[in-house]
Design a binder for this molecule. Structure first.
Ligand code: FMN
Length: 331
């Protein structure tokens, strides 16, 4: 995820740039990259395109083309916004009005400042962003003028914690909306949905296979199924589909107590994070001989499987949404 921290005031003695730098320092250590986008440097003229932005590119002005390219490259925005006469600064309204499609189906959050924490500017900005198709997260950060010392942010830990909460939400929404942008554009090239072996994807899959391993070692379906969702969808190796935890748990209880699979070792073959909070993993269960060595799938009695699992994270916990098991057999 690429997130722009948009500094929206342009006065020579503005606080805005310092606020943007404070946001950058406190938001950088996440599953997203952050960059300052300073409207004073972008230096757009007052809107002078002949056609309203809703009609989309091509644009006549070189400045609009450069701004379009910059905004199109981001998945989300943190607007750093002071309150000017109970609303947002004119350079920000001008920058927003320049474009349309580039803002659509993206996410935003706000760090505001002013005598009353800049809250009225944020409320105005929410209305404008709704018209531009930008989803704005609920949590926001408001700095009062007493949160500054010598023009620089001296906000307390509470404000930094609020920023943390807000950025977590923003990153999650950016991921969710990115999937919407891909699927809504019929002319787009075939998308790459995730990266192979991302650390976070592997960590999610590892937490699942640790439970499968412990469950099979102990013959205990409670452990094996611990993080299977209530509506889990499960394809067994014989072409059957089991729907829901209750049905699956009863069958796993029987299979595990009968030790149908035998001694086994689970391992991750591939894992991908394909959307915010969604991981797919290909997992091997290798049947072992009595000394713990993996059996050759061609051996009579060797019952090894490949499984494709779909994991979904809810409230910080990964859950199994679906699984499909296939026996490994010589072609
Ligand atoms: C034109 C102008 C209008 C302002 N109006 C308000 C206002 O309505 N409410 C408020 O709380 N602060 C208001 N302020 C104070 C600003 O919020 C404060 O000066 C802030 O530092 C401005 O951001 P900047 O330094 O990045 O330009 C106003 C400041 C300016 C320059």
């Amino acid at each position: 995820m690429k997130i722009a921290i948009v500094v929206s005031s342009t006065r020579p003695t503005r606080k805005g740039r310092h606020v943007g730098e404070w946001v950058l320092e406190n938001a950088s250590s996440r599953d997203a990259s952050f960059a300052l986008v300073d409207l004073a440097e972008i230096n757009l003229p007052l809107l002078s395109e002949p056609k309203p932005a809703v009609f989309g590119p091509p644009y006549e002005q070189e400045t609009t083309r450069a701004w379009s390219e910059a905004v199109a490259g981001y998945d989300g925005f943190i607007f750093v916004v002071p309150e000017y006469n109970h609303s947002i600064p004119a350079p920000l309204k001008n920058a927003l009005d320049h474009l349309y499609v580039e803002w659509q189906d993206k996410a935003a959050a706000f760090v505001s400042y002013g005598v009353d924490n800049g809250v009225r500017a944020v409320e105005h900005l929410r209305g404008i962003l709704s018209e531009l198709g930008i989803a704005h997260v609920g949590p926001s950060v408001g700095l009062s003028l007493s949160d500054f010392a010598d023009g620089v942010v001296s906000a307390n830990d509470r404000k930094a914690a609020a920023l943390d909460t807000m950025v977590d939400k923003l990153v999650a929404w950016c991921g969710a909306l990115a999937t919407l942008r891909v699927s809504s554009d019929g002319n787009q090239d075939r998308p790459r949905l995730g990266s192979d072996h991302l650390d976070r994807a592997k960590a999610a899959a590892e937490s699942l296979i640790a439970e499968l391993q412990e469950g099979i070692d102990q013959g205990n379906a409670e452990v094996y199924n611990r993080h299977f969702a209530l509506d889990v969808m499960w394809g067994n190796p014989n072409g059957g589909t089991l729907l829901g935890y209750e049905e699956l748990h009863a069958i796993h209880g029987q299979l595990l107590s009968d030790n149908v699979a035998g001694p086994s070792r689970y391992e991750i073959v591939a894992a991908r994070k394909v959307a915010a909070d969604v991981v797919v993993a290909h997992v091997r269960r290798a049947a072992l001989d009595a000394s713990g060595v993996a059996l050759d799938p061609a051996d009579a009695g060797a019952f090894s499987e490949m499984a494709l699992y779909v994991l979904v994270r809810r409230s910080g916990q990964w859950w199994l949404a679906a699984g499909q098991n296939t026996p490994i057999a010589p072609m």
